[in-house]
Design a binder for this molecule. Structure first.
Ligand code: AMP
Length: 531
């Protein structure tokens, strides 16, 4: 193993004249304590609106969350019990999420599009006592997963604080009024910094999803650090169309809004025109998205409405330089790209003030430690946002912390330029070794995308008798272009060993719910030379 070289940079995120002490991030102790503090003032200010078109106010929302917590308590749930959360975004869904955390439950966000077998994988791992859902089918699948033979005792490791589920699955449908007996009270908001808050499943682009145990301290530190770095105040209004089963939507969008005491417009799904309309009609100040969303927004003639936003953030996957440049040209504001993982939340960000470099994710966020290994340039994260381990998986947990519990191995490769900005070269697992040389798919993809007839490119390694692995590209084109032209174009930017040996033209790439290209699936689409 190589040495770890620490990357510095917090200062670049702190407003001039302000002092920053990392312990400030955890001063409020838990998410609910921070939220109740932020929302108890000026209780009639708007907080969330959803597809119903109505705004809920701060005070009203706190009451809704309290009623949700009371109903969960009356159903026999106790602090430490796990509750699956699988629903499209709505005010009531968020109130039930907040209610569950206020009662001390451990929330398990789950993709609403999962198939029965994916639901079974998570349910058999996490053993929930309850679920917040918006569909009877999902409730049935979760209950059936629990009844499955092979339901084993939980591992006594990082998740050992989590008890076995009791009795039948308790189901809470979003949109259903909580049933609460008059006069019932229960202690709320008692979680501490090291109390588990979420078990967040990784998106599984590199294998079966694993459950990352995130504490209140992890999530609070992340939200507070972003509040500082992005100048996120109670005057902000966010348009949020990201799914709330992923940390980008839930950990950043919802938790950040509640910590800042700002407001958010919740959209059930991403639709470019609906997003633009929401920005305009609600006078929003911020939009957070993934690169594919920005790509689709560029197709809209109304994108100029984004000129009124003070902040556009992109993350979860690499943002191409072309999209970065085109959005800046059309909106007058550069997208701020940031980097993070489910396990360590948001870690590196371009600065709010100062240059937002295309192709770079910026420098470490306030309080977050970042280091790069001297042997293979892998990025390691330390500090208060790093998770406690994977549920029921001591082997994967040990592999994630090869240098001890201080440093989480992200599996991503990074470089640092002379100004201290970090660029993500790609995932270690996606690295192509061709003829003994290392090729990062992202570099080849950028070269292909710079051709005017190319809309998008995705690059993987395929087995080769001659090279060990060879570079193979999948390309979505705007207009006709030949394989030869593309290789010729790429050769202006790439040494010969990096140029694609084969190019396939496709209509779409396989992507996960966050728009991330699933490289493992792409590799299966490469025909072998024998075919
Ligand atoms: P997830 O756990 O689903 O949030 O995925 C985390 C992974 O997304 C990271 O390990 C990176 O590979 C990738 N990722 C996140 N943000 C970026 C970014 N700005 N640029 C490139 N890759 C990113």
């Amino acid at each position: 193993m190589g040495d770890l070289r620490v990357v510095s940079g917090w200062r670049g995120h702190i407003p001039k004249g302000n002092r920053f002490d990392p312990s400030d991030l955890l001063k409020d102790e838990s998410l609910p304590k921070s939220w109740v503090k932020a929302l108890s003032e000026e209780s009639d200010r708007d907080l969330f609106s959803d597809s119903g078109g109505r705004w809920v106010r701060r005070g009203e929302f706190l009451e809704l969350s309290e009623r949700a917590a009371l109903e969960m308590h009356s159903s026999g749930l106790e602090p430490g019990d796990r509750i699956v959360l699988s629903s499209t975004a709505s005010i009531d869904m968020v109130a039930k999420y907040v209610g569950a955390l206020r009662l001390g439950l451990v929330v398990v966000p789950m993709n609403t599009a999962y198939t029965r077998s994916e639901v079974f994988h998570i349910v058999r791992d996490v053993k929930p006592s309850a679920a917040i859902v918006d569909s009877a089918k999902m409730a049935e699948w979760i209950a059936a997963g629990i009844r499955q033979p092979g339901f084993v005792e939980p591992f006594q490791g990082p998740g050992a604080c989590l008890p076995m589920p009791k009795g039948d699955l308790q189901v809470f449908f979003t949109g259903a009024e909580p049933k609460v007996s008059p006069g019932l009270t229960v202690p709320l908001d008692e979680a501490l910094g090291d109390t588990p808050a979420l078990i967040a499943y990784t998106s599984g682009t590199t294998g079966r999803p694993k459950g990352a145990i995130l504490t209140h301290g992890n999530l609070l530190a992340c939200a507070k650090s972003l509040n500082i770095a992005w100048r996120w105040t109670n005057l902000d209004r966010l348009v949020l169309s990201l799914p709330l089963f992923h940390m980008h939507g839930l950990g950043v969008g919802i938790n950040g809004t509640l910590c800042a005491g700002s407001s958010a417009v919740l959209l059930e799904r991403f639709d470019p025109e609906a997003v633009i309309d929401a920005v305009k009609s609600h006078s929003a100040s911020m939009f957070f998205g993934v690169p594919t969303m920005y790509q689709r927004l560029l197709d809209s003639k109304s994108l100029r409405e984004f000129q009124t936003l003070r902040l556009m953030v992109s993350g979860s996957a690499p943002l191409s330089r072309e999209v970065h440049r085109e959005v800046a040209d059309r909106c007058g504001t550069a997208i701020l790209e940031r980097y993070g993982t489910t396990e360590s939340l948001i870690d590196i960000s371009n600065p709010y003030e100062g240059g937002r470099k295309p192709g770079s994710v910026g420098f470490p966020l306030p309080g977050v430690e970042v280091a790069i290994s001297t042997d293979n340039s892998e990025i390691f994260i330390g500090g208060p946002t790093v998770f406690k381990g994977y549920l029921n998986d001591p082997k994967a947990t040990a592999a994630a912390f090869p240098y001890g519990k201080e440093w989480f191995a992200t599996g991503d490769v990074g470089t640092v330029d002379d100004d201290g900005y970090v660029a993500i070269a790609g995932r270690l697992k996606d690295l192509i070794i061709s003829g003994g040389y290392n090729v990062y798919p992202k570099e080849v993809e950028e070269a292909l995308r710079s051709h005017p007839n190319v809309k998008d490119a995705a690059v993987v390694g395929a087995p080769s008798k001659l090279w060990g692995e060879e570079v193979v590209a999948f390309v979505i084109k705007f207009q006709d272009v030949s394989e030869e032209d593309l290789v010729l174009h790429a050769s202006q930017f790439l040494a010969s060993y990096k140029r694609p040996k084969r190019i396939f033209f496709v209509e779409e790439f396989p992507r996960n719910a966050l728009g991330k290209v699933i490289s493992a699936e792409l590799r299966t689409m490469v025909p072998s030379w024998d075919q």
